[in-house]
Design a protein around this ligand. Structure first.
Ligand code: DQQ
Length: 541
């Protein structure tokens, strides 16, 4: 790997080197957070799929342990693919994961800790009954993977879903039941499927409470509970909300995947194969996600690594019950150091303010804008369904509007030749107001051959009654943004040539004609998280 590493993150989780993709089997066990991940122990590109393993007491600082699962048995010799952890009634954690066997068929396998009284769970033993499931008829053996965390029904039986493609066309969450977590039988119908999507990877299914931010463990039943089904396809993590009857295993969704308006997404940027878990210590549900690279394979080889994880996020149902809300775990605030702050500052049309005094390449920024005279907002015709990403592309950060674009310019070079813009625009339709949130990377780097996408989402808030807030976590090559308190999230990866380390600047900007006010701004330099590696087993892996 290169000695200079301008793109390595300081407080996002990444292994010391090599390739990482999906989060696997996150759990909270005996006071310790466990995090596993798809890992190539031998290089910076995808391959040799193994389960890397790290532990933490605070979700911020991590100790990397031995690789937990390696592909060295006939039922996983071509890869230990993604899977989940479930804590069984006797307190023992079980891992269910996909193995790619010697025939390149995807099968499901079980593993248990060698010593369950060791809170670090350093060694994992694959079950002698593996594989516990093989591809059923009608399911392509190369499209059958990623078992979910289990939940128990009122009949005392476990359920899981496995991602698959049914009859060559429908994305599906194939449902299984088991009395002992070892012997599983397929339910006559899947938990849910859609013929508008391809294969579902990494399905996640869990309850959320109506009117509250607390999380729930997977098996919780009762009133005021709704269920989320997340599926990964098309490079995006989409979800539906619905009512689940644990007696019949019927799941009725409010609005299905890929309806007229598209799908609800956890994050409208670079974010895939996420997985959530219930943190019984702090009674919250936390979601992790893989954020892949937007540079090239030869860049990965140069850097010696590839792939990041998002900051773990708390996730809950919004007040109106129509979507989920996410926010970085509170513990991250421990890393905040110098702070700059101001309140009630006018941000005139076509102006910008530099936010100086912090490390702009490694920062946490929270800004709130207040708007008045909204009747002057630009008109958006309401009769057409508009894709927010297309709207952000048509009206990028340099296109003047009325209310907006306004927001942050992050990782900006001295002369602004490089900058990533995270911003809003407010539109008026015949019936209401619409707030658009964009992350525009089109000018993020002078380097060719790095991704410069423009992402977009609508923010479900009414700007007549609520200020528009933005939180952005900037960490060298990752920019994670949360609009409206987490109503819309957009994660971007950027690779500036000039705006690196101390050369990076941060601005609040307004490229609209209407003046507005920054009702508050707080920005902090962030400390580096401690991520260290301990190898306890001496035998080579
Ligand atoms: N990554 C894993 C699969 C999963 C995919 C392989 C999603 O199990 O479907 O590394 O990114």
């Amino acid at each position: 790997p290169k000695a200079s590493q301008p793109y390595r993150s300081a407080y996002h989780f990444q292994p010391l080197k090599n390739w990482m993709n999906d989060p696997n089997g996150p759990m909270y066990y005996k006071g310790v957070y466990h995090f596993f991940y798809q890992y190539n122990p031998y290089g910076p590109l995808w391959g040799n799929m193994s389960w890397g393993h790290a532990i933490s007491y605070d979700l911020v600082n991590w100790v990397q342990l031995d690789v937990a699962l390696i592909p060295n048995d006939p039922y996983d010799i071509n890869g230990c693919f993604s899977g989940s952890a479930t804590i069984l009634p006797n307190g023992e954690p079980a891992i269910l994961y996909t193995g790619v066997d010697a025939n390149s068929h995807q099968v499901q396998n079980l593993a248990f800790p060698k010593n369950k009284s060791d809170p670090l769970l350093n060694e994992w033993v694959k079950s002698s009954v593996n594989p516990i499931l093989s591809p059923p008829d009608g399911v392509d053996p190369s499209m059958y993977r990623d078992p979910s965390t289990g939940w128990m029904g009122p009949d005392g039986e476990w359920r899981i879903v496995i991602g698959g493609q049914l009859d060559h066309q429908s994305g599906s969450a194939i449902l299984y039941k088991s009395k002992d977590f070892k012997t599983w039988s397929r339910s006559p119908s899947p938990l849910h499927f859609s013929n508008k999507t391809t294969m579902w990877e990494c399905p996640d299914f869990y309850p959320v409470v109506v009117n509250g931010k607390n999380g729930l463990d997977t098996s919780v039943r009762g009133k005021n509970i709704r269920h989320v089904l997340k599926a990964s396809f098309n490079n995006q993590d989409c979800y539906v909300l619905g009512n689940y009857d644990p007696k019949t295993d019927q799941y009725h969704v409010d609005v299905d995947f890929m309806d007229r308006k598209g799908s609800l997404m956890y994050d409208y940027g670079r974010f895939y194969a996420s997985k959530s878990f219930y943190d019984g210590g702090k009674k919250r549900r936390i979601v992790w996600s893989w954020v892949n690279e937007g540079d090239t394979e030869s860049d990965a080889i140069n850097k010696g690594w590839s792939g990041l994880q998002t900051i773990p996020r708390s996730i809950w149902l919004s007040e109106n019950g129509e979507q989920l809300v996410q926010w970085p775990v509170k513990e991250l605030e421990k890393l905040r150091k110098q702070k700059v702050q101001f309140e009630n500052k006018e941000l005139k049309g076509r102006s910008m303010i530099e936010i100086s005094g912090i490390t702009a390449s490694q920062a946490d920024v929270e800004i709130t804008f207040s708007l008045s005279n909204l009747k002057h907002a630009e008109l958006l015709s309401s009769d057409q369904v508009i894709d927010p990403q297309i709207l952000c592309k048509q009206k990028n950060a340099s296109m003047n509007g009325k209310f907006g674009p306004f927001g942050l310019l992050v990782l900006a070079s001295n002369d602004l030749a490089e900058h990533t813009a995270v911003f809003f625009r407010v539109f008026k339709t015949s019936k209401r107001y619409q707030v658009l949130m964009c992350a525009d990377q089109s000018r993020s780097s002078l380097r060719p051959k790095v991704d410069k996408s423009i992402y977009g989402a609508f923010l479900a808030l009414d700007p007549r009654h609520a200020n528009i807030s933005l939180k952005t976590l900037i960490d060298h090559s990752i920019v994670e943004s949360f609009g409206g308190g987490g109503l819309a999230c957009i994660t971007a990866r950027v690779y500036p040539k000039l705006a690196v380390e101390e050369q990076a600047h941060l601005y609040a900007f307004n490229n609209g004609t209407q003046s507005l006010s920054i009702s508050s701004l707080s920005a902090w330099s962030m400390n580096k998280a401690r991520i260290v590696s301990i190898r306890r087993r001496r035998k080579p892996i």
